[in-house]
Design a protein around this ligand. Sequence first.
Ligand SMILES: NC(=O)c1ccc[n+]([C@@H]2O[C@H](COP(=O)([O-])OP(=O)(O)OC[C@H]3O[C@@H](n4cnc5c(N)ncnc54)[C@H](OP(=O)(O)O)[C@@H]3O)[C@@H](O)[C@H]2O)c1
Length: 241
Amino acid sequence: MISMKKKVLVTGSTQGIGKEIAAQFVKAGYDVIVHCSADIDKANTIKDEIGAYSAVTADLSKLDEVKALYGKTGPVDCLILNASVQYKQHWTEITEAAIDNQFTVNFKSTLLLIQDYYPSMKQNGFGRIVTIGSVNQYRQHPELSMYAATKCAVMSMVKNIAKQVAPFGVTVNNVAPGAIATPRNAAIYNDDEKRRQVEAAIPMGRFGTPTDCAGAVLMLCSPEGSYITGADIIIDGGMRL
Ligand SMILES: NC(=O)c1ccc[n+]([C@@H]2O[C@H](COP(=O)([O-])OP(=O)(O)OC[C@H]3O[C@@H](n4cnc5c(N)ncnc54)[C@H](OP(=O)(O)O)[C@@H]3O)[C@@H](O)[C@H]2O)c1
């Protein structure tokens, strides 16, 4: 039987913020496709845990796998581009490999996937695209020059594309988290001294949680978000201020 539910792909949804976004879409009644880079068992485990619709893999650092992803999922109503990589290296020491990898996963695959998933959204007269940015679009960190640049590049592209696709019922927005307790920064979060250092820079005085971030993504895809496009929703406890 063909499902009448809205379909959503959340990239990088096997852990952290992406997993919580996927879980909240499941609870809201969407058919959710869980995604990660390579480990299909991991993706299927999360799919079963949260009650998602299906699971796929595609390493977004490999262009052939990026280009094959649409063929694996088919069209979706909502595309949540959450997967990213981050290498902490002082700007004088950022390696070419780290430049290329962050550029490809964080920016290039984002554009290529929007190119692939947009035509069916346009045809349906409905589509929701949400990219996940970062407070590093606004703050300077000595070891995140390249990572921050990729997030700024995505934000620029979001605004550009949003303007062009708005007449066709498709919105494009960015959600920019601050310091969020996820496996990515577990080493900092679980170290009392390092955690306190980060928390000292957050006006609300605490790390955020994936739950703090997921609601805004869901809202942007819901009727309540239908007039929001080209926006950047910053969820950082005031960290950028
Ligand atoms: N955590 C924070 O404090 C924070 C702050 C600001 C912004 N963000 C942004 O929020 C998003 C989620 O962050 P997070 O902390 O939840 O990340 P995370 O815990 O590191 O999880 C990353 C997810 O992306 C997937 N992924 C990584 N490399 C991939 C690749 N080459 N191809 C396909 N999938 C890949 C991972 O799957 P695999 O297991 O297969 O690698 C995983 O599911 C990211 O865009 C990040 O930049 C996070």
